[in-house]
Design a protein. Structure first.
Length: 138
């Protein structure tokens, strides 16, 4: 769903349920003008109305209030390309951090040469993994 205003969420789910503003309003005990104002982000539902509104729309109060699906559903919507981009970025960051940190520590005498070589080899492995999962271009 992404980040949407509460009004957009109300409108989307109301329409998805084939309800008019008047029908939704009647079910939760408000006027159709109130529903119209919510959907146009002119006003927000009363705190006491929100649980019943969420129930009528078939969503959780959290989904209604935050304008997004719960984190489990949002996570499931990530596609393979998103995972590959996150993995590629993570691998590059790890490699740069290990490489830079090792060079600084070695130059300051905070790490032995043998340990520095071990850490740099881990960075090289990370860069090797990156070659198998390059970022996809738009």
């Amino acid at each position: 769903m992404g980040n949407k205003s509460m009004g957009e969420v109300i409108s989307e789910y109301r329409k998805g349920s084939d309800m008019t503003q008047a029908v939704l309003a009647k079910k939760i005990g408000v006027t159709d003008k109130a529903v119209s104002k919510w959907e146009r982000n002119i006003s927000c539902p009363d705190v006491r109305t929100i649980p019943k509104l969420a129930e009528m729309l078939g969503i959780s109060v959290e989904e209604l209030m935050q304008g997004r699906e719960n984190s489990k559903n949002a996570f499931q919507q990530l596609d393979r390309r998103d995972f590959k981009q996150m993995f590629s970025l993570s691998i590059k960051c790890v490699a740069v951090a290990i490489g830079g940190g090792t060079l600084v520590l070695n130059s300051l005498g905070g790490i032995s040469s043998n340990d520095a070589v071990k850490l740099l080899s881990i960075a090289v492995v990370c860069l090797g993994l990156y070659c198998f999962f390059p970022e996809e271009k738009d």
